[in-house]
Design a protein around this ligand. Structure first.
Ligand code: BES
Ligand code: MN
Ligand code: ZN
Length: 481
């Protein structure tokens, strides 16, 4: 979908998209057309099912006009606008309209931008591996009416940058692991240098020198070597303060020696979504020239069974110096993140750190597939996330931490173990407690996106596949800083 802002309503479009509020109340712009066309719009919809509710859409006037329901005018917030945008995107794609004009109402630019956001993200397709053309989607030129197209285009760049970030995250997370190896993903991160981000790739040899033995242990069974990649964006050169984003980047998680069952194992190609999320956020904020400093740290590894793999019962010394008893090689994400968090809090010294990880199946048992689990040692951070979440519609729910959970990961023979006891109880919380050990008091919030990274059934703003969750949320949070 290509976006163009225009004040030209006379051109020959495949269709013009007009808005109608609830109870079939025509918008002001639609009213103008109504007059030009001699009352045809009201007449056509009078006895139809189209009432102007959100979700209503109908082609009239030999398909030259698409009427779209806007619902209650007072309720048109970003979340509703995204949904309407998604409905419009789906409709014009299905009807193969290649050149349309959006004229819902005399909206301020921001409302149109939210519509575009929904339309672009909803019509996203990961179809690069489809070789048959008619399975590919048609490219749509989405013209958006504006009285000042130049200004609208300029002002759109912020929203456009968020869309780009979400799409990058989805694209990376959708790639299979035979294409997107750890090395390939490190290369993808490197591409951010085009946007003025400093990217440093720490390879296995250096990880060894540093003593990042947890990430090395997780990657030991794979021919694809582990990396920690550090991405530095300096949008405020005057300040020494930075915030940090940490991401789990398991290009594939077979479970290792604690091998997962075959059924559904394919989904573990997207166990690097946390890392993809960090890359997507870095891309957006750089494109927006945001006036902040942000460091992204991603831990890349592949968890495979092999003669060289780490094994249940192993005791590994982490980068922090703390020893970890490995009871399950499938609880690998927390190990990779632990070394990344140590690196971050000791070398970057951020004001706060946020981590993103497809960490536990248990978070889906607790919260389902549409709510991200959040865990934190800092209630201010939690409030900031909740505020942003209400604006973007990406639901979050805080789960507790505390001594009784921390006690569950105490090891008999090492400092901590990577499995709670009893092992499945409070599984997401014990995983978060494990991470907390390594943030060493830095204000921290952990996003367990195991449920929300993936869209099982298309939703308002995404088709089935990877969601790109948290990219817009963190953009919003940074706007509020
Ligand atoms: N990557 C998985 C978590 C996961 C499961 C993400 C399903 C998305 C969908 C993680 O590495 C894992 O295997 N976690 C284990 C932890 C257990 C061994 C303590 C889990 O959740 O079963
Ligand atoms: Mn695992
Ligand atoms: Zn995993």
């Amino acid at each position: 979908m290509n976006i163009n802002f225009t004040s030209d309503i006379e051109k020959n479009y495949d269709a013009i998209i007009l808005g109608v509020y609830e109870n079939s109340k025509l918008s002001k712009l639609t009213e103008n057309f109504e007059k030009k066309l001699g009352g045809i719009i009201s007449k056509t919809i009078k006895n139809s099912k189209f009432k102007g509710n959100v979700g209503d859409v109908v082609d009239i006037f030999s398909e030259k006009i698409i009427l779209v329901g806007l619902g209650k005018e007072a309720e048109l917030d970003d979340i509703v606008l995204h949904k309407i945008g998604g409905i419009i995107g789906s409709h014009v794609t299905k009807e193969k309209k290649e050149n349309v004009l959006l004229m819902l109402d005399n909206f301020a630019d921001e409302k149109n931008f939210a519509i575009i956001y929904g339309a672009m993200l909803k019509t996203y397709r990961f179809d690069k591996y489809k070789t048959v053309d008619d399975e590919k989607k048609t490219e749509i030129l989405f013209n958006v009416y504006s009285q000042n197209p130049k200004k609208s285009k300029d002002d759109f760049s912020d929203v456009s940058a968020v869309i780009d970030g979400v799409i990058t995250t989805r694209d990376l997370a959708n790639e299979p692991s035979n294409v997107l190896s750890t090395t390939a993903l490190a290369k993808e991160a490197k591409k951010l240098s085009k946007l003025g981000i400093k990217v440093e790739v720490i390879d296995a040899k250096e990880l060894e020198k540093m003593g990042a033995n947890l990430i090395l242990a997780v990657g030991a069974g794979s021919k694809n070597p582990p990396y920690i990649v550090v991405m530095k964006y300096t949008g405020n050169k005057k300040s020494k303060n930075t915030v940090a984003l940490v991401g789990k980047g398991l290009c594939f998680d077979s479970g290792g020696i604690s091998l997962k069952p075959s059924r559904g194992m394919d989904e573990m190609k997207s166990d690097m979504t946390g890392a993809a999320t960090v890359i997507g956020i870095m891309e957006s904020i750089a494109k927006r020239n945001m006036n902040i400093n942000v460091t992204g740290v991603i831990g890349l590894a592949e968890n495979m069974p092999d003669g060289a793999s780490y094994k249940p019962g192993d005791i590994v010394k982490s980068l922090s110096g703390k020893t970890v008893e490995v009871l399950d090689t499938d609880a690998e994400g927390r190990l990779v993140l632990a070394d990344c968090l140590t690196y971050t809090v000791r070398n970057i010294k951020p004001k706060f750190v946020m981590d993103f990880a497809t960490l536990t199946g248990a978070v889906m048992v607790a919260l389902g597939e549409e709510t991200t689990g959040i865990f934190s040692n800092d209630e201010k951070l939690v409030d900031m996330v909740k505020t942003a979440s209400q604006k973007t519609g990406e639901d979050v729910w805080q789960l507790p931490l505390g001594k009784k959970f921390a006690d569950m990961i105490k090891s008999d023979i090492a400092d901590v173990k990577n499995l709670g006891a009893p092992e499945r109880y409070a599984g997401s919380i014990t995983a978060a407690e494990f991470l907390k050990v390594f943030v060493e008091g830095t204000p921290w919030i952990h996003f367990d996106i195991a449920g929300t990274a993936w869209v099982n059934k298309e939703n308002d703003i995404a088709p089935k596949g990877m969601s790109g969750v948290c990219v817009a949320l963190i953009n919003k949070l940074f706007e509020n800083l």
